[in-house]
Design a protein around this ligand. Structure first.
Ligand SMILES: *Cc1c(COP(=O)(O)O)cnc(C)c1O
Length: 428
């Protein structure tokens, strides 16, 4: 357990109250490597947050670091607007060769400002431009960013409440599994779309995550995603898949939808796309929908050359063959087994998510927060998600070795046991 260094005071005194993750991890970090983050007092934390899935390949991957340093040493461009650069060409080549072509995706790559919210703004604008419609359909518990256009698609009332203005142009529909029992919410969506008197305006886009990261690790069934895709096509709407958190290998494949037999019209990527934690966002657009004029959606930082350099290494190193993907799928099974074992400690706890994006719904915000706080005391960084922040979410880097993964899971199990024991005790 770390001691709290005096410099923590500056954050409390000067940093905005909008700060968030740091509140649960009250120490000062000075370095990070692989799946570990190291604090000022040399405490080594196992990182099960991984920059909220921005660090799928761990911290400071040596090959990405070398390429980055070489680029700096040789006076490579740092910032290039959207000019042609060698770094961008190398990234596009690698992405074309190792990601798009093997998956038979003919999409164009559009770079946006470096946050996902910016990519989401672009995706919604583009879908509206393509279709000439304004309404977009998003789903319950979806999280798509907090700028106004993206926020209109985000479900969470706390985030929506921060808007301070009306959020327009999005109709909410129930995500897969929203109702208990066997209700298929795609039936509802289909009926609403078909009935011209349902009150649902014809949609420009249907926007979804295949696993809702912030929304509590709700994983849609492939059949449901296929039905939504078919409905989008039938009704002249674009299918937008937000693969920010579930993509870049988090659920096994590079894309979270790649075994589902759907081809989205637009895919948004950010978080782990640079591989190194550098800011970078993009959308993939079917060529027939690539209709923005030059700079119609622009952004100063569309050419973050450092991110292109590390992204190129990430793609070539991890996606040149299927070894990484097979290993992620194997590790995901270890994770499932450990979470199943933990669920037995707490009646009513349920497993959520898929791939290396799984967690435990413990039923209450208080309990989930207590477990994470206890884990942090034992040098594990882990966070919650879900509508009540009731899901403990494991987002270990995909490169985490088995020993570290199992060690972290053991700490989590211990935290859960200590917390549930003491809360039982408190209740008695
Ligand atoms: C993190 C996240 C976003 C927001 O990304 P920013 O880069 O913070 O704007 C949007 N959608 C999903 C699914 C995310 O996980």
């Amino acid at each position: 357990m770390s001691t709290n260094p005096p410099e923590v005071a500056i954050f409390k005194r000067r940093e905005s109250e909008a700060r968030s993750y740091c509140r649960g991890c009250d120490t000062v970090f000075t370095s990070a490597i692989g799946s570990e983050m190291i604090a000022r007092d040399s405490t080594r934390y196992i990182d099960f947050l991984a920059g909220c899935s921005s660090l799928n390949y761990g911290h400071n991957d040596p090959d990405m670091k070398d390429a980055f340093i070489d680029h700096l040493q040789s006076d490579g461009l740092a910032h290039g607007l959207d000019l042609h650069t060698d770094a961008k060409a190398a990234f596009l080549d690698a992405f074309d060769r190792f990601i798009l072509q093997p998956r038979k995706m003919d999409h164009k790559v559009m770079f946006t400002g470096p946050t996902e919210a910016n990519a989401k703004e672009a995706a919604l604008k583009l879908a509206r431009k393509v279709t000439g419609r304004t309404n977009a359909i998003a789903f319950t518990n979806g999280f798509h960013g907090v700028t106004l256009g993206a926020l209109s698609a985000t479900g969470n009332s706390y985030h929506r409440g921060g808007a301070g203005t009306t959020l327009n142009g999005v109709t909410r529909m129930p995500y897969d599994g929203y109702f208990p029992g066997n209700t298929d919410t795609a039936d509802f969506l289909e009926a609403m779309l078909r009935d011209r008197s349902s009150g649902l305006d014809a949609p420009a886009a249907l926007l979804l995550e295949t696993v809702q990261g912030e929304g509590g690790l709700n994983a849609a069934r492939p059949e449901w995603v296929r039905r939504v895709a078919a409905l989008a096509q039938k009704h002249g709407a674009l299918l937008i898949i937000d693969d920010i958190q579930a993509g870049c290998g988090r659920t096994g494949g590079f894309f979270s939808f790649e075994d589902m037999g759907v081809t989205p019209d637009i895919v948004t990527l950010a978080k782990s796309v640079s591989g190194f934690g550098l800011p970078m966002a993009l959308l993939l657009v079917r060529p027939e929908h690539d209709v923005f004029g030059p700079a119609e959606h622009n952004g100063t930082f569309r050419g973050n050359t450092h991110a292109f350099v590390t992204a190129c290494v990430a793609i070539s190193k991890f996606w040149g063959d299927d070894r990484f993907q097979i290993d992620v799928t194997r590790k995901a099974k270890l994770l499932t087994a450990a979470l199943e074992d933990m669920a037995e400690l707490l009646p009513g706890a349920t497993l959520k998510g898929r791939g290396m994006m799984q967690g435990l719904d413990v039923g209450s915000r208080e309990l989930a927060a207590m477990v994470c706080a206890r884990a942090f005391k034992d040098d594990l960084i882990i966070e919650t998600s879900g509508k009540e922040d009731q899901v403990i979410k494991v987002l270990a880097p995909l490169t985490t070795d088995d020993d570290t993964l199992l060690k972290g899971l053991k700490v989590l199990r211990h935290a859960l046991r200590m917390t549930t024991d003491s809360s039982k005790f408190a209740a008695e």
